[in-house]
Design a protein around this ligand. Structure first.
Ligand code: FE2
Length: 273
């Protein structure tokens, strides 16, 4: 498969074992006429929600490009934890023990082998701009990079040496234009964005005039179905509640600015380069 950057690309993060959100993402790509070869997932196919193996099957059936997330790295190696780097005693760490052990027992050997085969990065050129897709950070795939942490963005842009970095892992959509390039997190589809709405987020990269346009978009999906599946599986209820409230069960990983934005409805973003 070859990326055709003369045509629109779709980018999205974190399906997080949310097979219904992934189905909605695929339907949206097909509605927009975007081929699987022009669709890139930034990793963490498996995480919080109830259907890890089903989600791996669905994304492999779709055939889009997938960059390895920390969850893929850890599950491929049958590691004992999710590798998010949550601090001991934090709510994220306590909750991660629950969902990771659930996923670990449900992901098949062929799915682990597929995870082990995933690339850590995807690179392509779009209108003369170098675009580099990664999961967390350039050196560590579990680094959280948020919009308010401009020092981290600048450091990562310096390491990545690209005009546009498309990243996942952090779970919140944003576009940051900095002196060293643009950091574009299109958001994740497996969990809402802590903005008090149940929608999830993805991004688009497309040619516009002589340049490139980056944008973020809401995605509506069957969030009640996803929450019900989690409750039937009887685990990780705080994340099932999050699917229906649009609010994360823990804000441990968020910097102060992102914490302060809790329950504030996000607006779609766009930047032309
Ligand atoms: Fe991640």
């Amino acid at each position: 498969m070859r990326i055709d950057a003369s045509r629109p690309l779709m980018v999205f993060g974190g399906p997080y074992s949310n097979v219904r959100a992934l189905a909605a993402m695929r339907a949206e790509a097909e509605r927009r006429g975007i081929a699987a070869a022009n669709t890139i997932c930034t990793g963490d196919v498996v995480a919080y929600c109830a259907e890890p193996e089903e989600t791996v099957d669905a994304i492999r059936d779709w055939g889009c490009l997938v960059v390895s997330g920390n969850c893929e790295t850890q599950l491929a190696g049958d590691a004992a934890d999710c590798g998010c780097g949550f601090e001991d005693g934090t709510a994220c760490n306590v909750l991660a023990k629950d969902w990771y052990s659930y996923a670990r027992t449900r992901v098949s050997a062929p799915s682990r082998a597929w995870m082990a085969s995933l690339p850590p990065n995807v690179d392509f050129d779009c209108a003369g701009l170098r675009v580099h897709v990664l999961h967390g950070g350039a050196r560590a795939n579990n680094r959280f990079v948020f919009a308010s942490d401009t020092a981290a963005i600048d450091e990562e842009l310096d390491l990545a040496r690209a005009d546009v970095v498309v990243a996942g892992h952090a779970g919140l959509p944003f576009i940051a234009q900095r002196p060293g390039g643009v950091w574009f997190n299109p958001g994740v589809i497996g969990m809402p964005a802590n903005d008090g709405t149940v929608d999830v987020w993805y991004g688009q990269i497309e040619r516009a005039g002589r340049g490139v346009r980056l944008s973020t978009h809401r995605l509506v999906y069957d969030h009640h179905g996803a929450a019900s599946a989690m409750r039937r599986a009887a685990y990780a209820d705080p994340y099932a509640d999050a699917l229906e409230s649009g609010l994360w069960p823990s804000l441990d990983v968020l910097p102060p600015a992102e914490r302060a934005a809790t329950a504030k409805r996000l607006a779609p973003l766009a930047l032309s380069l």
